[in-house]
Ligand binder design. Sequence first.
Ligand SMILES: [Zn+2]
Ligand SMILES: [Zn+2]
Length: 250
Amino acid sequence: MSYQDTQQVCLNGHQTTANYHGSPEFRRKHCATCGAQTIHTCPKCSHEIRGEYHTDGVVVIGFRTPVPTHCENCGSAFPWTEAKAKLASQVKGDGAADHFSLVQQICSRFHLVAKQLRTRHADRDTLVVNDEYDAQDLLHALLQVYFEDIRPEEWTPSYAGGSSRVDFLLKDEQIIIEVKKTRATLKAKNVGEELIIDSQRYRAHPDCKKLLCFVYDPEGWIANPRGLENDLNKKEEGFEIKVLIVPKGH
Ligand SMILES: [Zn+2]
Ligand SMILES: [Zn+2]
């Protein structure tokens, strides 16, 4: 007996499983890589997304069922295909370039980049993101891909017991990016309190119209990342705060 299985993919295009029916234990509601919601049917027509093809007695090793770009039934582009097209048009500068979304895109891919850096040819030296300074340095490098004028802003917050931190000002775009990395002593409650203090400081900053608080949480110390984001996101006249906790797949 041969049969066609279905695959489950997150809205950003990461495959969760190509054996949705055959191995239900691999199903996930959210992506382990990026935290986005997963689907196994076309959002437009509900047709199941084609997964692995099973032939009885044949085990294919090393073959990975590709993630399709379009629905084979209705022909519409899947959400990840649309997202890629949108990003491409932003990068090319079609229409009004939305720099704030671009910064969020970079941050949302940060964990993938950090993980990829661990895999080096013959175990050569690499950048391992262990603390907030490592996260700042890696983000600084990634920002260079799209932005010309990146200014590290050093300051000493009242809560940090004398230790200073660096945030980034994109002067032309009037965006400030704040980087935090969670740890055993910096969990949801403290992160929330610190971000409120920081956002008050940046509201008064003459060059800041938008503040992105990027919270890198690779060990999953924050139990309800979406809840914390929703509590802290704020948009008012002339000032916007967006909190992005990455990754969310715990
Ligand atoms: Zn994903
Ligand atoms: Zn469809």
